[in-house]
Design a binder for this molecule. Structure first.
Ligand code: AMP
Length: 393
């Protein structure tokens, strides 16, 4: 990793500003957290800072308050849960900037959680004065919010120019290490498994991964746009007509690296319990809802040989069993392959949980949008802003 990690910092008696991703789901009243997964994900970084005698300031956004205070999106329930998890008090500041917040500066070993950053429109606008006010609270900066690393906001980018050092937290570091490992000089053969609804969402990823991997296996509704580009019948399956030319271009670029399903599970109406059949050629009134068993077999053979697998997107309408069979079978194949495996994106994560193989996946990325942009070869502003090890000031 070319960027500084929290482990490279001297934290003793310093005030560290840690940007975390505590954008947790809440009950409609906003008073209870329904999943504390994101809070738990940053515990190692917070604990590391506390153990190294830093005063810890935590900052996050929560929901979309549109630049105005909104009690339903307060971080109060997060402060409560975090305090329970750490077994120590967590002070919630009344705001994220201002004299009242500055006055609450934490002593070494103490924790101050700032109120929702997005109560100020300046956060998403990456406003310089607001960034400076955030920076004024601390001596050193750590970003552990991988999920927002693809956004250039005051707390992820602007703040960095007002502090001497900016390092990756442990969660951020782990995410970047895995993503880097599978995309730069991966163990070969390297295979990408791409599914989901739309080619349009994944164009950059396909373009970037074609140059990196040895095989790119396509499933999900995305496959039908490619089949149409090959002049194969797709019936009433989801096809993005305006992306067919692009799909032809990608097929030409990829050559035999890019593989498409050879059979399909089809229905006449997409609904739970619909009658389905397996076909090689989709008839005019049929809709493809999953990859067929021969495709599962072909893809499984390739996955079994792989040393690296990158997976994003389900192979069919996996929310509607039994149309999850292709996705579940390939999730098991990835787990059994023993390859280094990286799964990115919420739906793929659900799929590996459905298949019961989450434990066997090397890394499940916590940042949907950010991991997709990384796989697409884009620079993440929140990562670019961190101090280069080589340029340590
Ligand atoms: P994405 O967010 O792009 O990964 O897409 C995930 C969505 O793609 C899921 O909701 C799936 O139900 C949907 N999907 C996958 N295969 C198909 C298909 N054959 N027809 C319609 N939707 C599909």
């Amino acid at each position: 990793m070319p960027k500084l990690s929290i482990k490279d910092l001297d934290l003793k008696d310093k005030t560290v500003f840690i940007r975390v991703d505590f954008n947790v789901p809440l009950t409609p009243e906003g008073d209870e957290i329904t999943s504390d997964k994101r809070i738990r994900a940053s515990l190692p970084t917070i604990q590391y800072a506390l153990e190294h005698c830093a005063g810890v300031i935590l900052a996050s956004h929560l929901g979309r308050p549109k630049g105005k205070p909104n009690p339903k999106m307060s971080l109060a329930p997060v402060a409560k849960r975090l305090s329970e998890l750490l077994g120590k008090p967590v002070t919630l500041a009344p705001d994220c900037v201002g004299a009242d917040t500055v006055a609450l500066k934490p002593a070494p070993g103490e924790i101050l959680l700032l109120e929702n950053l997005r109560f100020h429109a300046e956060e998403e606008a990456n406003d310089p004065a607001f960034s400076k006010n955030l920076a004024a609270l601390a001596d050193v900066y750590v970003n552990d919010a991988f999920g927002t690393a693809h956004r250039a906001h005051a707390s992820t980018v602007g703040i960095v120019s007002h502090l001497p050092l900016a390092a990756a937290g442990l969660l951020m570091h782990r995410e970047l290490e895995w993503l880097t490992r599978v995309t730069q000089d991966p163990e070969r053969p390297s295979v990408a498994l791409l599914g989901g609804a739309k080619v349009s969402d994944k164009i950059e990823i396909i373009q970037n991964l074609i140059a990196i991997v040895d095989k790119l296996l396509v499933g999900g509704a995305m496959a039908y746009t490619f089949l149409r580009a090959r002049d194969e019948p797709t019936g009433r399956s989801l096809v993005e007509e305006d992306k067919v030319d692009l799909a032809s271009h990608l097929l030409r670029t990829a050559g035999d690296k890019l593989m498409l399903p050879v059979d399909h599970v089809v229905v006449r109406e997409v609904k739970p319990g619909a009658d389905s059949e397996v076909v090689r050629v989709i008839a005019a009134d049929q809709i493809g809802v999953d990859i067929g068993p021969n495709t599962v077999e072909e893809y499984t053979k390739i996955i079994r040989e792989a040393r690296t697998v990158i997976w994003n997107g389900p192979m069919g309408i996996f929310e509607m069993p039994p149309f999850d069979e292709g996705t579940v079978a390939l999730a098991k194949a990835v787990a059994d392959s023993g390859a280094i495996s990286l799964v990115g994106g919420g739906d793929s994560e659900k799929a590996i949980k459905t298949a019961g193989v989450a434990e066997q996946i090397s890394h499940v990325s916590t940042g949907g949008g950010a991991s997709l942009e990384f796989l697409a070869g884009m620079e993440l502003p929140g990562v670019a802003a961190l101090t280069d090890k080589a340029a340590r000031r």
